[in-house]
Design a protein around this ligand. Structure first.
Ligand code: AMP
Ligand code: MG
Length: 399
């Protein structure tokens, strides 16, 4: 059976990445992946400007212990000031252009106004309170590489650099299907043996958080013909994600249908929860994931396998954020698989701590209420004790 890392490597190696690009306006670019490098159209700052409200002057005019200069003119935001006349000072505001001839700005709190003359401090450094043109970045600088996912702060940077639109990869189109004879939608009364379906909904919403175009394939019975019909046209999607039916029971038919219509790359990984998990391809372009039916297994395998696959499909390198924490309580288990425990991460006296939450069965979802991260136990690890160093994966909500 593949280890977690082997399974993840097989997935990344098996990705057939996006080829189609589109140009979108900045307001539509949030969460999208860049399909080309981005070059600054203008630098930042665009021109030398004042960092403070105050008075612009030339330090060569500052003479004696009580320098005094006549006030002449004003530089305000949004217009070009005239040249600073030699031996004068000019009123200036934050963000306004520094007039030609000036090399410093004195903040208004440090001067004394006497009619039309300004009494200045005797010590003024050339360059003080001036934001230099291009000190942040220059026109023509490369701001982003291809494959970067754009967040609101990136959009702000792109707007500053004068870009109105960017080239991004087309969003992945993903079909999500739940399988199981027992599943009904919330809102329907339960008949004997039935339960409410939750995985498909959670998967669809996680995909939408990643900026993916989703298609809800509904719930299909554990019936070979129904499954074949549902998956027959799946070659038009970039990914097909099913839930349930990938284990070894008599009614676990998803794997069989995938094997008929496509090529299974693997169908098991040495992880807990989530051992029965299938990955493969249908035709040239479609990737499929058969995720396990237990709700927590479905969430964990989505995070470990589906999310990195989708990121890689958009030409971006998936990053695994693993932090070092200390165990806040004891936990014992049978070693053998890499295990992910639902945990509450918190800090105490500057130390990151992780508490194993009660209710770790892969069918138990109540603990998700307090889960803000996973503790990762290595294959050979059988116990953790209070204070032990442990690896944790924070779940960044909203990203
Ligand atoms: P399976 O992987 O099909 O063997 O299902 C494993 C367990 O997960 C069973 O208890 C199923 O009832 C449950 N299950 C399967 N699919 C779903 C789903 N979409 N929503 C909630 N529970 C599910
Ligand atoms: Mg099932």
């Amino acid at each position: 059976m593949l280890t977690l890392e082997q399974a993840q490597q097989k997935i990344i190696a098996g990705i057939r990445p996006a080829t189609l690009k589109e140009t979108v306006e900045l307001a539509e670019a949030n969460g999208r992946y860049l399909a080309a490098t981005v070059i600054a159209k203008v630098g930042n700052p665009v021109f030398d400007n004042s960092a403070m409200d105050g008075y612009a002057l030339n330090t060569a005019d500052i003479i004696g212990d009580r320098p005094v200069l006549p006030l002449q003119g004003e530089s305000s935001c949004g217009s070009a000031p005239s040249k600073l006349a030699s031996g004068t000072t000019m009123r200036i505001f934050t963000g306004a252009p520094v007039p030609e001839g000036a090399d410093a700005v004195v903040i208004q709190e440090d001067i004394k106004r006497e009619g039309d003359t300004i009494v200045l401090p005797h010590s003024i450094q050339a360059g003080q309170n001036i934001r230099r043109r291009g000190e942040d970045f220059h026109q023509g600088d490369k701001l982003y590489e291809r494959g970067r996912r754009l967040h609101p702060y990136d959009i702000a940077l792109l707007a500053t650099a004068g870009l109105a639109e960017v080239s991004v990869y087309r969003r992945a189109r993903v079909l999500v299907v739940a399988t199981g004879d027992e599943l009904v939608s919330p809102g329907t009364p339960l008949r004997p043996g039935q339960i409410y379906e939750s995985n498909r909904l959670a998967t669809l919403l996680q995909l939408r958080n990643l900026g993916i175009e989703t298609v809800d394939g509904g719930t299909v019975k554990d019936d070979i013909t129904a499954l074949r019909d549902m998956l027959a046209d799946s070659g038009g999607y970039d990914f097909v994600i099913t839930s349930g039916g990938v284990s070894v029971g008599d009614h676990d038919l998803v794997k069989q249908v995938f094997a008929e219509i496509g090529e299974i790359n693997f169908w098991k990984a040495k992880i807990k929860p989530g051992k029965p998990v299938a990955f493969g391809h249908i035709g040239e372009r479609t990737h499929f994931f058969g995720l396990p039916g237990n709700p927590v297994s479905s969430l964990v395998t989505f995070k470990l396998f589906v999310e990195p696959a989708l990121i890689a499909w958009h030409h971006c390198m998936p990053q695994n954020l693993i932090l070092q924490a200390k165990a806040a309580n004891d936990f014992h288990r049978h070693p053998g698989r890499t295990q992910f425990l639902r945990a509450r991460l918190f800090t105490e006296n500057g130390q990151l701590l992780a508490q194993v939450l009660p209710g770790q069965g892969s069918h138990m979802v109540a603990s998700l209420r307090d889960t803000n991260g996973f503790i990762r136990l290595e294959e050979t690890q059988s116990a953790i004790r209070v204070g032990d160093p442990i690896s944790v994966i924070p779940l960044i909500i909203g990203d």
